[in-house]
Design a protein around this ligand. Structure first.
Ligand code: ES4
Ligand code: ZN
Length: 324
């Protein structure tokens, strides 16, 4: 099964590129940028990666990304992950990035975009890896700010695939971002949003009805609402489930308690992703292996999950046909 999972051409739909920042690269970028980290060694950083919920994780995640300053930093961050993903047998990934988290720190949108887009180009040319780009908005910041960033991104609209919504979920319902998402729709961008990770099933309904999302990131709490499960199953809405993330953030106590098997039984359109691999104990391969160990899924199940992801990934028609 190990070999099968390595060789399975995997597609990752839910990945925060800032969440791929491993301590080794954090040190390299800190030194390059003359930044003193509050840690002396890579091991100290790993030891400090302790959190038991989403807000606790987010504090470390926003602190870690402070070493990202130049377009070269963003390029190196993305390229480092693309190479790792390629080695793990990933053939396509859709990456979220958080422009507001960088603008706030005085990093320009141009630096962020140039770095990420040049890495995408390099991956698509030099690795058998295609990359979709999702501009994500921070739901714990005002919707006005998100809208202004979307407008500011006009030189890059043609290179974006979608908008997303992430960060602290509880108390920040999706509906507040309706105007941002309707503007994105007007621009021809696809729409996705985190919902039903820590937040209630109602947030999933809001994301569907008020934001018009075509994919729901996480969505695991949909099981709390039978009517919603039927709707998601009837409409075959893609859910990007992140097993190791859910364990790390205490959404479930251990993987054996995860609702993934129940979600499959309910006929939901499930996919598997890593979310923030530097923080949650592994990338696509580790997530697949953990699912095998916890659920004993057969090859046909992993093929089905992969097919679900291929069908929903932000890629060209030709690329999809190649992968199917
Ligand atoms: C995130 Cl796991 C998760 N949830 C919400 N927002 C995020 N941003 C980065 N990782
Ligand atoms: Zn996420």
């Amino acid at each position: 099964m190990q070999d099968f999972l390595q060789q399975l051409p995997k597609v990752e739909l839910h990945l925060h590129i800032e969440g791929t920042l491993e301590p080794e690269l954090m040190f390299k970028l800190a030194s390059r940028n003359g930044i003193t980290l509050p840690y002396a060694t890579v091991d100290e950083v790993r030891d400090a990666y302790r959190f038991d919920d989403l807000p606790g994780f987010l504090a470390l995640y926003f602190q870690g990304m402070d070493v990202l300053r130049t377009s070269q930093d963003f390029h190196d961050l993305a390229m480092t992950y693309f190479m790792r993903a390629h080695e793990e047998g990933v053939v396509h990934l859709d990456m979220h990035f958080d422009p507001q988290a960088h603008l706030q720190r005085g990093v320009t949108l141009e630096a962020v975009m140039q770095g990420l887009l040049s890495a995408r180009q390099e991956a698509e040319q030099s690795l058998d890896l295609t990359v979709g780009v999702i501009m994500a908005f921070l739901r714990d910041r005002p919707a006005d700010e998100a809208l202004a960033v979307l407008e500011q991104a006009s030189p890059f609209w043609s290179q974006l695939d979608a908008v997303g919504l992430d960060s602290a979920e509880n108390g920040n319902p999706p509906g507040e971002f309706a105007s941002v998402f309707s503007r994105a729709a007007e621009l021809g961008l696809a729409r996705v949003a985190h919902a039903g990770e820590e937040g209630p099933a109602d947030y999933i309904i809001e994301a569907l009805d008020m934001l018009g999302v075509e994919r729901v990131d996480h969505g695991v709490r949909c099981l709390e609402d039978e009517t919603l499960v039927k709707r998601l199953s009837d409409e075959q809405t893609v859910l990007t489930v992140c097993p190791l993330s859910n364990v790390s953030l205490g959404v479930v106590k251990e993987l054996g308690d995860h609702p993934l098997p129940a979600m499959l039984d309910a006929g939901l359109n499930v996919t598997i992703s890593s979310d923030d691999p530097a923080y949650f104990g592994g990338g696509m391969l580790a997530n697949h292996q953990a699912c095998f160990e916890a659920f004993g899924w057969d090859e046909a199940t992993f093929y089905q999950l992969t097919r679900n992801a291929i069908e929903a990934g932000f890629m060209s028609r030709d690329r999809r046909a190649d992968l199917l």
